[in-house]
Design a protein around this ligand. Sequence first.
Ligand code: 13P
Length: 250
Amino acid sequence: MAKRRKLVVGNWKMNGRLTSGLTLAKDLADKALAERPLSYDLVICPPASLLWPVAETIMGSPVLLGAQDCHRANHGAYTGDISAGMLADLGCRYVILGHSERRNGHGETGAEVAAKVTAGHLAGLTTIVCVGETQDQRMSGKTEEVITEQITSSLPDKYQVSSLVIAYEPVWAIGSGEQPEVGVVRQVNKLIRKVLGSVGEVVQVLYGGSVAPQNAESLFAEPEIDGVLVGAASLNSDGFWAIAEKARLY
Ligand code: 13P
């Protein structure tokens, strides 16, 4: 079995204006250019408002572009939405889907996420599907059940295996400074592979939740963790680069 490549993804969420966003993107592009070729994949997911200017800024560098959501349809009367095809048109290679901030804040169901995965794959995007339990679910011993249900419901019957990434993001670890032990992430990532079945060993399974320069290395060192999905710490180029550079070691 070929070794899975590490993947480092920055999710800017609803942060960044033209000047700050382009400065951050340019800093990362310069750092990545100086180190190329990178032995891991490095992706930034700015808000929709910055996708095109960031695409222009990182063009020609090893930094890849991702978006934070897409619609299930390719085009049509969906005010305020953006299709996967439109994202691909702007140079996106990745799209984050089913983030807990969308499942909880926008009532996104597993079926909705599954439809978006299909849309993303049809547009040629790699979809990063997020799953994770809440604090209550964790405390009541429901983590395995919740993760199994989310994976099962959030994937369509047929999908492009090579275009699928899963991110385990415990809801309680997002933005809290708290993290599960690496051993716990290992167990959940193994469970995710088991639920994926025969393709489980080829799909990259990431961890997300309060990833920072000081805790990134122990995550990359774990063979079951194929990379990280970083929120707040991806908004600072030195900090995000410090995380990314740890991936180089594994
Ligand atoms: P933080 O890294 O800010 O905890 O956010 C994690 C996250 O939600 C990434 O998608």
